[in-house]
Ligand binder design. Sequence first.
Ligand code: ARG
Length: 589
Amino acid sequence: MKKILDLITAEMKAAFAECGYEEAYAKVTLSNRPDLCEYQCNGAMAAAKAYKKKPYDIAAEVVAKLSDSPVFSAVDAVMPGFINLKINSGYLADYMNGMAGEDQCGCEKVENPLTIVVDYGGANVAKPLHVGHLRPAIIGESIKRLGRFLGHHVIGDVHLGDWGLQMGLIIEELKDRKPELPYFDDSFEGEYPKEPPFTISELEEIYPAASIKSKEDEAFSKRAHDATLKLQNGYKPYRAIWQHILNVSVADLKKNYGNLDVSFDLWKGESDAEPYIPGLIKELQDKGLAYESQGALVVDIAEEGDSKELPPCIVRKSDGAALYSTSDLGTIIERERDIKPDWYIYITDKRQELHFIQVFRVAKKAGFTAPDKKMSHLGFGTMNGKDGKPFKTRDGGVMRLETMIEDICQAAYEKILENRTVSEDEARETSKIVGLAALKYGDLSNQASKDYIFDMDRFVSFEGNTGPYILYTIVRIKSILAKYQELDDKYEGEVRILAPVSGAEKDLMLQLSRYNEIMETSFAELAPHKICQYIYELANAFNRFYHDTKIISEENKKQQASWVRLISLTKDVLNECIYVLGIEAPERM
Ligand code: ARG
């Protein structure tokens, strides 16, 4: 369906044009004085300068042309030259009927879908998922779902950290613990075992132990470096261990991301970029882009108009090793070959901003991708504790994601029991849905780039701008709909949403009508927080309407059926929105 804002703007444009003014002045926005009007146009102010007239006179001329427009119920010119608009109630009701009759409540799929890679997750193999992985998972999943909802071809890639020094550390630690394993016997010529030489819990213990050891024991640290190099050069026994590490770790990561209801199409990693690295280094050299600087190989990326000085991108260290940037460049080459994305979206901590500027610029300069390729880095802020510092466990450690999810589900469980509408068993089940919603909404409702405070009590609250409040609203609508279904005397005729009879009902409709625009804008700006903000306002509008409308006891059956359809549309819109946020609603709570 056309966006309501576009329909209003088209009306306004026609009026400006009829009066002989440029259409471009006919820009309409949501009102910033909801007490006076619903939408507004400030174009007469700008036009006044161009046409050397008084703004009010222009506004009055335009308003006169709109006196019998079917779209508006009120069009007023007010000093010094604003045009205040109210939408015609019948027109708005028609728009509601349109939404109720369309797929995805009238939020259309795009005509020309793009192929989009969303690179999120970023988990590191052999290390448990911790709260630092929460944000990319939640934000990325939502961007992916939203893109698909709008009809794009979106591919989510977890892009594992599976190729660094942690591999050498694990190999050497394993060698110290189990020297008898065939991987460490130079004369071994048979097949390596299919069974991994460790479980996931052992692996998760081996890595930190090795990491500590390498800081205290220089010889060990050197061995780990050498082992990493050997692995990267294809040394068979270490490749075999690496494959075990990957298998064991990925199985566990899949389970953990699954618990968050986050899934990836591709489970690729930094190691997959490896084969492209020698070639890309050579290409950078042949094209005269890469040069030696203090032993390292670097590419200049500074451009005219940069607001600050940007350092060159290092593509090879002085010891010959590739780096994080090199592996991202290799990955771009692979993605161009296999996927040919129209748009690359990377979701990482915002402290990686410079890294991505460098990678994007080198990729374009070298022609690894087109110079005008859309490449976005969505950098997110830190999740802090109530003390304003990065969130930690009580004893100052890094909290495992599993623990955090358990904690918040427990808190949701207690909240649900306070309400005492469901049994303990049902509360237990429901709390898994509500807890995740609390966690995800608590995160997504903040602009991604901002830091935010993880405040469990607030997140699980059923009131205020929280996930549970939104779910509670949906559950409430479901329960009204169920009650309506049980009535014997339902309206028999064709059900239509009728023009609103109260201010609260009209407000609810106005909120609903903004839905398709919100979805589009949120995606274009990679801003899921705008969807959160929208559903919060929508839920509020619904609750105000419900507060002063007695639906179930209404005697006018036609009116009653209209309301039922309206709240059912509200539920559908809320459901579509929470779906793209990666949130589910329970039946009861
Ligand atoms: N593994 C990386 C980290 O822990 C994040 C990877 C993000 N994606 C990328 N293509 N660089 O910081």
